[in-house]
Design a protein around this ligand. Structure first.
Ligand code: ASP
Length: 321
């Protein structure tokens, strides 16, 4: 008989700055409710014996579909007023990984990433080729306008003239309902899971950053940067200023510190999020679970939408520190 473990799921809906607009208790509650429902769905799956990979993918799919988070519908605009979505998944047991980058017709990019993983021939497919692949796999395709919202368009207009990609200005908040300032929030979603069989998986999906140059690819779909999972150490999903996460190989660095230096999960995530990233101006955070089921939800921004559950325990959600 194989040993069973207490399963763990954690999700994030992006990190960022506290909204200047006052958020009412009801408005914040909407975020907590959405995070809770998604954690609960993945938790129920894990308790039935589902794999970490299935649970992480389900959670990210639900986050992509949720209008409060902006990985799918409501994704940010590029400088040219288009959308380019990125996603990745990784299975900690086999180190199998799949990712898509720069796609704009695939309704649920995380499903396409999963299909790339299952196909096994490649790890990362970009642009038109990724979309042909998704179509061949029978995934749901949409017009790029499916992802557009007026609020995101206005956000681009406010930012475009400043020439900034990492949004950093005092634009009026587009959505007074958001606890984190939509103009200063990283819009990625992600999940990490530890299943009853002791396996780990991570998944991440994003619209990238507002006003990014067409063709820019962030950390999310890059295995080792925004997403990584290895049963010997941990599963990690990041959110933040992607260029810096790429430069410090953030997700892999958490695992490497554990593997080579014997760091605990907490020490490894602290070193990456509070030291390596800030040293080069990187802001954001990550969620991680290790091979013993320990959790770390770390960020150096003012807040990060997040939620988690262990075993049968009620899901816990949080936005601010
Ligand atoms: N890390 C993402 C990127 O750079 C942005 C985010 O986290 O929202 O594309």
């Amino acid at each position: 008989m194989t040993q069973t473990h207490v399963p763990v799921i954690a999700i994030h809906g992006g990190a960022g700055t506290i909204s200047a607009a006052t958020t009412s208790a009801e408005q914040a509650q909407a975020y907590h409710d959405a995070l809770k429902a998604i954690v609960a769905a993945a938790q129920a799956m894990l308790l039935k014996g589902a794999s970490a990979l299935d649970a992480a993918c389900l959670a990210v799919e639900m986050l992509e579909d949720c209008p409060l988070f902006n990985a799918g519908h409501g994704a940010v605009f590029t400088h040219d007023e288009t959308h380019e979505l990125d996603a990745a998944v990784m299975d900690g047991t086999t180190l199998a990984a799949g990712a898509v980058a720069g796609v704009c017709h695939i309704r649920r990019p995380v499903r396409a990433a999963r299909a790339v993983l299952e196909d096994g021939a490649h790890v990362l497919l970009a642009g038109a080729g990724a979309e042909v692949f998704a179509r061949e796999r029978g995934l749901e395709m949409v017009e790029p306008s499916f992802f557009s919202t007026e609020a995101r368009r206005q956000q681009l207009y406010r930012v475009r003239d400043t020439g900034r990609v990492v949004v950093d200005h005092e634009g009026a908040s587009m959505a007074a309902a958001s606890p984190l300032d939509e103009d200063k929030k990283f819009g990625t979603v992600g999940a990490v899971a530890f299943d009853m069989h002791g396996h780990l998986a991570a998944a991440t999906s994003t619209g990238g950053m507002t006003n990014k140059r067409v063709g820019r690819i962030g950390d999310s779909p890059l295995i080792g940067a925004g997403t990584y999972a290895d049963d010997r150490t941990a599963a990690v999903s990041c959110t933040g200023s992607g260029e810096m996460f790429i430069r410090v190989a953030a997700a892999y660095d958490v695992c490497a510190r554990m593997a080579y230096g014997g760091a605990t999960l907490e020490a490894a995530t602290h070193a990456v999020v509070q030291k390596s990233l800030p040293a080069i101006g990187g802001s954001g955070g990550l969620i991680a679970v290790d091979r013993h089921g320990n959790l770390s939800l770390a960020f150096n921004s003012e807040g990060m939408y997040r939620g988690h559950a262990r075993g049968n325990d009620a899901p816990i959600t949080a936005i601010f520190a």
